[in-house]
Design a protein around this ligand. Structure first.
Ligand SMILES: NC(=O)c1ccc[n+]([C@@H]2O[C@H](COP(=O)([O-])OP(=O)(O)OC[C@H]3O[C@@H](n4cnc5c(N)ncnc54)[C@H](OP(=O)(O)O)[C@@H]3O)[C@@H](O)[C@H]2O)c1
Length: 209
């Protein structure tokens, strides 16, 4: 892993996908900082020795968390499709993007979702649920911060053959790869087992949309 200052900030590192991201980045030796809501839980789940900034992305002064940060991976999510995506995911991501812009971050890798924008095969009620994820993507695209967006299908802990789903570990590998791949800059990818079957799909990042 090489970035200009090197330090990567992970938001959502205590989550299902974020834990894999943290583990992958740790193995590279890159300087790592995590924004977590609960220090004791983060240390219990991720182990000791990580640089932690403790607070909620909805109201923390994010300046110190972003100081000296070169790249960001956000797997932040509320898990609550009945309102939480609008009251948590969208405003928290908006704050993270503003902080990244102010800090001059060189790459913001955002984990979104398939269905964040109208997509064939996704029922209308789910498109309604996921719309705030699309709005958060739009905030990032408009910010001027160099970005990559990965939209996973349904997340699964471990391998699965379900075409609509994808292993969290695979998503984490894609998010980490997107930090440094030039061909991912400014791009959005959809990542599910079905998307990976598309003839033009990237085997790691999925289908470019
Ligand atoms: N679940 C799915 O099937 C699915 C499908 C497609 C896309 N996605 C998206 O993929 C991403 C990763 O999903 P996941 O299931 O791996 O996530 P997850 O296990 O639900 O973890 C979410 C992470 O976000 C953190 N978080 C939530 N609100 C926060 C806030 N206000 N401030 C700071 N941190 C906050 C959580 O911290 P705590 O540990 O403190 O709660 C946790 O670390 C999310 O963006 C999700 O919307 C999910």
């Amino acid at each position: 892993m090489h970035t200009s200052s090197g330090r990567v900030l992970v938001v959502g590192g205590t989550g299902r996908t974020g834990r894999h991201v943290v583990s992958l980045l740790r193995a590279t030796g890159v300087p790592l900082r995590l924004l977590v809501r609960d220090r004791a839980r983060a240390e219990a789940e991720l182990g000791p020795g990580l640089e932690l900034v403790v607070g909620d992305a909805l109201d923390l002064d994010l300046g110190p968390a972003f100081a000296g940060v070169d790249a960001v991976v956000s797997t932040l999510g509320s898990r609550d499709v009945h309102g939480g995506l609008r009251t948590v995911d969208l405003p928290a991501t908006t704050r993270l993007v503003a902080a990244a812009r102010d800090a001059g971050v060189a790459r913001f890798v955002l984990c979104s979702t398939i269905g964040a924008v109208p997509t064939p095969g996704i029922p209308p009620h789910m498109l309604e649920w996921f719309a705030p994820k699309g709005e958060a993507e739009a905030v990032l695209r408009a910010s001027g911060v160099p970005f990559t967006i990965i939209r996973p299908g349904g997340l699964h802990e471990g391998p699965t053959a379900d075409p609509r789903m994808i292993d969290c570990g695979h998503v984490a590998r894609a998010l980490v790869a997107a930090l440094t791949r030039d061909d991912a800059l400014g791009a959005t990818f959809e990542l599910s087992n079905a998307r990976l079957q598309r003839p033009d799909a990237d085997p790691l990042l999925g289908a470019r949309v």
